[in-house]
Design a protein around this ligand. Structure first.
Ligand code: 13P
Length: 250
């Protein structure tokens, strides 16, 4: 059985004070939750404040990006070691907004995953097609390329902690959620790719999250699908009440 993971990607929202305030309000709302994992990924500037606020709880801290070098003259970058030292357990890698606006490509995703794993971080690798690609019937070929190139030259034993997030770009921040059937079809395809590349054990254990306009109203239906193991939530994770409701999907 795969343990569900509900993850909040806060993108470029919340100062460290606002982030700490969120945690104070959020923790009591999820106090009894023990059968699923929760992650919050604030901006870099709020990591330490959120780490302090989460101390002693089971809610995991994540970062939204990472660089692949351990240290050096790389102005503006943050290393895996720095994230681990700041209290991160997870790191989101290859989010479509980074691919779209910051020249992230499958090769850099691959390097970042390798570096994250080396520092003991759990990589959350994001994949997903754009609206144009879906309309052109390219959904599966895009996913195939992103998964194969993102995980190029790894072996199964290295990827035990890997989390994949399927986020169709057309469903992000648009209010247009993929239907549960559309999402399940993509998740099952990704799992079959992992099976082909790394074998049945990893395919059976790897968690594949759905992201794209997940709300309290649609979470349960999505999470009920066989290959959907959790959610990567943007907008609705900014509100403690809404995010706690998603965490507590039935
Ligand atoms: P929304 O939930 O705001 O659509 O964002 C999804 C997302 O990009 C999470 O990484």
């Amino acid at each position: 059985m795969r343990r569900p993971l509900i993850a909040g990607n806060w993108k470029m929202y919340k100062t460290s004070a606002e982030a700490a305030d969120f945690v104070k309000n959020f923790l009591p709302l999820v106090a009894g939750v023990a059968d699923r994992d929760i992650m919050i990924a604030p901006a870099f500037t709020a990591l330490e404040a959120v780490a302090a606020a989460l101390k002693g709880t089971s809610v995991g801290l994540g970062a939204q990006d990472v660089f692949w070098e351990a240290e050096g003259a790389f102005t503006g970058q943050v290393s895996p070691k720095m994230l681990a030292a700041a209290g991160c357990r997870y790191v989101i890698i290859g989010h479509s907004e980074r691919r779209q606006f910051f020249a992230e490509i499958d090769d850099t995703v691959n390097r970042k995953i390798r570096a994250a794993l080396k520092s003991g971080l759990i990589p959350v690798m994001c994949v997903g097609e754009s609206e144009k690609q879906r309309e052109a019937g390219q959904t599966f070929s895009i996913l195939d390329k992103q998964v194969k190139d993102g995980l190029k030259s790894f072996v199964a034993a290295e990827l035990g902690s890997l989390v994949i997030a399927y986020e169709p770009v057309w469903a992000i921040g648009t209010g247009k959620t993929a239907t549960a059937t559309q999402a399940e079809e993509a998740h099952a395809f990704i799992r079959s790719l992992i099976n082909g590349l790394f074998g049945a054990d990893l395919a059976g254990s790897v968690r594949i999250l759905y992201g794209g306009s997940v709300k309290p109203e649609n979470a349960s239906e999505l999470m009920a699908m066989a290959d959907i193991d959790g959610a990567l939530v943007g907008g609705a994770s900014l509100n403690p009440d809404a995010f706690s409701k998603i965490v507590k999907f039935k």
